[in-house]
Write a protein that binds this ligand. Structure first.
Ligand code: SD4
Length: 344
């Protein structure tokens, strides 16, 4: 499958130096052809997934649990102040509030989520606590913040000076229009040249050495959204879904279209029916195109999927979607997603 794809090496970290525990493990399924399971493996959305994957790999290579790996992995972009679409430093909503969305799901089907949460820098860890310490799946807004504070998280101002500056620039025209791949790429790069890391949501999927899957997804959502707006990223089935029998999927882009099609659940269910990860992602993208062709041609949505055998694939509405892969053979690898609409 890899020969068909264009790989972009971004620096070399030898497999030996990473001291991996397992790479490809062959197994014989009764009456079926011999399958090679690639594990451990971690994949995540966008170029910034490379650094996130490295943090996840530190856990996976020591036989750690996929759940721990995905949490540690996505905390990297959450903590990156230059990243204006995830965690602290994320662009605020139109009223100047940074509101964060995140969810996590493990191999047992447990899941946790926070939405529109303010003042807490690592929403993914709060989402995990919702999963592990409450009878609920999702906490939002003030309730999520209160739960985080009660569990030892510190409140802090998530609006960095440069994100505040960007918001004030935006207020001059108040033009809300999602732009391909990053919601406000031209704005950020033309008017704020210091902001180079203008990518989108991080969604991460991992299989650990035991063959168990987990996933995580975290974002500051669409820049300059309405106050209270929640996208696909914290919604189980939309921004993320994991089924340990089949595989996992995650999404990035304009969340409204992902929610309308319950995108990540759809991708996993298609893989259950035998679709390859890439074909499943493509079919989910084509549902969006079919239902709303007028909207679909002007927005970006990308899906990323990993099946139980460690095979991965992606598909996006538009050119520009990238994802990062890390296993015992390949580190720091970025692959370009296939896409439906030809560039204009
Ligand atoms: C959302 N899917 O809030 C997220 C944001 C994102 O590209 O991925 N933007 O809709």
């Amino acid at each position: 499958m890899h020969s068909r794809r264009k790989f972009i090496k971004q620096g070399i970290l030898g497999a030996a130096s990473l001291g991996t525990v397992a790479s490809a493990i062959s197994c014989q399924e009764a009456g079926k052809e011999k399958k090679t399971v690639r594990k451990p493996i971690v994949i995540s959305t966008w170029d910034f997934g490379v650094a996130a994957n490295q943090a996840a790999w530190e856990i996976l290579k020591k036989n750690g649990r996929a759940l721990d790996a995905v949490e540690a992995g996505v905390k990297v972009p959450e903590a990156d102040l230059k990243n204006v679409t995830v965690g602290k430093g994320g662009y605020p909503d139109r009223d100047g509030h940074v509101t964060l969305d995140a969810c996590i799901m493990d191999e047992l089907g447990n899941c946790g989520s926070v939405a529109a949460m303010e003042d807490i820098a690592h929403p993914i860890s709060v989402a995990r606590l919702v999963m592990e310490k409450t009878p609920h799946v999702m906490l939002m807004g003030a309730g999520a913040r209160q739960f985080a504070l009660e569990n030892g998280f510190q409140a802090e101002n998530l609006l960095t000076p440069s994100s505040e500056e960007a918001w004030k620039e935006w207020l001059k025209e108040k033009n809300y229009k999602p732009v391909m791949n990053i919601e406000n790429k031209s704005f950020a790069t033309e008017k704020l040249p210091g902001n180079k890391y203008n990518h989108d949501t991080i969604g991460m999927l991992a299989i650990d050495a035991d063959g168990n899957l987990s996933g995580a997804c975290t974002t500051s959502g669409m820049a300059f959204k309405m106050h209270g707006r929640v996208g696909d990223s914290p919604i189980i089935g939309a921004g993320l879904y994991v089924d340990n029998e089949v595989g996992g999927a995650t999404s990035t882009g304009v969340g409204e279209e992902v929610i309308r099609n319950v995108g990540s659940f759809l991708v996993v269910e298609l893989m259950r029916q035998g679709y390859s990860p890439e074909d499943a992602c493509k079919e989910a993208v084509m549902r969006i195109v079919k239902k709303k062709p007028d909207i679909a041609k002007d927005i970006q949505v990308g899906f990323l999927a990993l099946n139980k055998n460690g095979e991965y694939g992606s598909y996006a509405l538009q050119d520009g979607f990238t994802f990062a892969i890390c296993d015992s053979e390949k580190q720091d690898l970025i692959e370009k997603g296939k896409f439906h609409y030809q560039p204009k």
